[in-house]
Design a protein around this ligand. Sequence first.
Ligand code: THU
Length: 171
Amino acid sequence: MAGLENEKRFTILSKQSLHIPFEIVEAASLPADEQDLLRAAFEAAKGAFAPYSGFHVGCSLLLEDGEIISGNNQENVAYPSGLCAERTALFYAGSIGKAAKIRKIAIRAASLTIDVNQPPTSCGACRQVMVEYEKRAEQPFVVLMQGARGDVLRLNGVKNCLMPFSFDIEI
Ligand code: THU
């Protein structure tokens, strides 16, 4: 192409691609612990403080001993000061010393004004936090996402399926 004759060619050392497996699952067919976790996340969504967006999100964490810890989105009139449901739940679990016990995570969303029938796929900041909690737990999390109704997006591993190329440093 005219004008590009002198452009330096880059050297490709390897070409790679990622395969991201995921499942769309009928909610009623999931194992009992996962149905319970999704129900807990829906209950948690009801407690969200979301007067500005009207979008209520709940997040529930299943621990290795069967305990469920939940959180929801907490908005603020200074909008960026609010926090998503996922980070509310994860930071709470961390704050009571249970980060390493997390095994599964469920996220539900509901709204008074729109029909949320698609799974809420967590924002990038929450994915970054999830990755680090998964690392602390030393095993991949099962991640379940579901709207107020509809099918469930089911993933095996945050690092593998939601947040490849997350930020990390060796400490
Ligand atoms: N929200 C979450 O709680 N989780 C997400 O992953 C994305 C969005 C919240 C933030 C805000 O309170 C509302 O949903 C609308 O963006």
